[in-house]
Design a protein around this ligand. Structure first.
Ligand code: PLP
Length: 395
């Protein structure tokens, strides 16, 4: 018999009922150090007093009016994201997939409005993840996510991540843009070769293509910059955001330059809920904190320390940990042992992490952790590595 919840997830048998900072508490009252942060979402941890206050205050005033009218909180968030980024304009959605969808539609419209509707194809990269809608699974190209959902939406050409030559070879007169995660998240915190994103920028400029960054996972301070592109000395034409933007409240955004957005006119795109007052009030509160002086410096410094600790963990447990990956607080441990088992054992040791492909455990804690949480995490990680070693010895 089908359960009341559509069985599309292999859920762990644990239900959380309360959160506080980097901790979650389950139904039995047990405490967990949350280095999964709802898959890189809760950038300010759980129940952050300022986010709770912002949501409460807005909830008492107004929830929803629709985009038929001006939405003051949305205007404020849009203006501030524009001020803090390369972009000139923002569209608000409710999720990462919708933000990417808007980016893809905008790319097609840009060329359409420029009199070149034959340019509609987008180059994407192996290992990419852009969401679960029909367009974004086609963009992501993962056989597992596409299975049974044919026909696959046309318009995507996929090449190896980091391979500029392959990008060149796949570019045709029908190519409209390139969609890339500055660091691939779901496929195991894969950092591209140094200079790759800059060369993509140069290539797009030369060929008249739009460069789209999917910063759904990397954005909002996760890598130690507000947006990961800042570390590359370049900027995209379009950027998708979600996850951290609402600190746990659903919101997505598609940011773009005036030029890239030139095809978007009234009626060309829309969303009933996108940018509603509740989501934008929380988004504004997240932005207040993440852009406060010193906040991102702290993320970079903590990220550096955590990388050092993880490098030591790898040195001490070479049969368990194969590699440390990532930047800022977007980190991954490539493992010699099965990641699902590692994450389950870690949970038994009171800590949460998120598995990903390439047998990588993602460590994506709230950006508000301190050194004591780092030490606690390292103790749980060490204990987990040791339990694998002891098992091996006793076999
Ligand atoms: N893009 C990236 C890079 C992601 O990591 C994700 C989600 O993990 C998405 C898009 C899809 O976001 P959502 O699940 O909010 O639709």
């Amino acid at each position: 018999m089908i359960p009341p919840l559509l069985p599309t997830y292999n859920r762990a048998d644990i239900g959380f009922v309360r959160g506080e900072g980097p901790y979650l508490f389950d139904e039995a009252g047990a405490r967990y150090l949350d280095f999964g942060a709802g898959i890189a979402v809760n950038v300010l941890g759980h129940a952050h007093p300022r986010l709770v206050a912002a949501l409460r205050e807005q909830a008492g005033k107004l929830w929803h009016t629709s985009n038929l009218y001006r939405v003051p909180e949305q205007e404020r968030l849009g203006r501030r994201l524009v001020e803090h980024s390369f972009a000139d304009t923002a569209f608000f959605a409710n999720s990462g997939a919708e933000a990417v969808e808007c980016a893809l539609k905008m790319t097609r419209r840009f060329h359409y409005a420029a009199g070149a509707p034959q340019r509609f194809r987008v180059i994407t990269f192996e290992g990419a993840f852009h969401g679960r809608t029909l367009a974004t699974i086609a963009a992501g190209g993962s056989a597992k996510y596409l299975e049974g959902y044919g026909p696959k939406m046309d318009g995507f050409d996929q090449v190896a991540f980091g391979d500029l030559d392959a990008v060149r070879k796949s570019t045709t007169p029908a190519t409209a843009g390139i969609l890339v995660e500055p660091i691939q998240g779901e496929s195991g915190i894969r950092v591209p070769p140094a200079g790759f994103l800059k060369r993509l920028r140069e290539f797009c400029d030369k060929e008249g293509l739009l460069l789209i960054f999917d910063e759904v996972q990397t954005g909002m301070g996760r890598t130690g910059r507000l947006f990961a592109y800042e570390d590359e000395g370049i900027a995209p034409d379009i950027m998708a955001l979600a996850k951290g933007l609402g600190g746990g409240f659903p919101i997505g955004a598609c940011l773009a330059t005036e030029r890239a957005a030139s095809g978007m006119v009234p009626g060309s795109h829309g969303s009933t809920f996108g940018g509603n007052p509740l989501a934008c009030a929380v988004g504004n509160a997240v932005l207040d904190i993440v852009t406060a002086p010193g906040f991102l410096d702290r993320v970079r410094s903590l990220g550096g320390h955590m990388q050092q600790h993880l490098a030591r963990l790898k040195a001490e447990h070479p049969d368990v940990v194969a590699e440390v990956r990532g930047r800022g607080l977007l980190l991954g441990l490539k493992l010699h042992v099965p990641v699902a088992e590692f994450v389950a054992k870690l949970r038994k040791n009171g800590m949460l992490a998120v598995g990903s492909t390439e047998n990588v455990a993602r460590l994506v804690p709230p950006l508000t952790i301190d050194e004591s949480h780092l030490r606690e995490a390292m103790n749980a990680l060490s204990a987990t590595c040791i339990s694998f070693e002891t098992e091996k010895e006793s076999v």
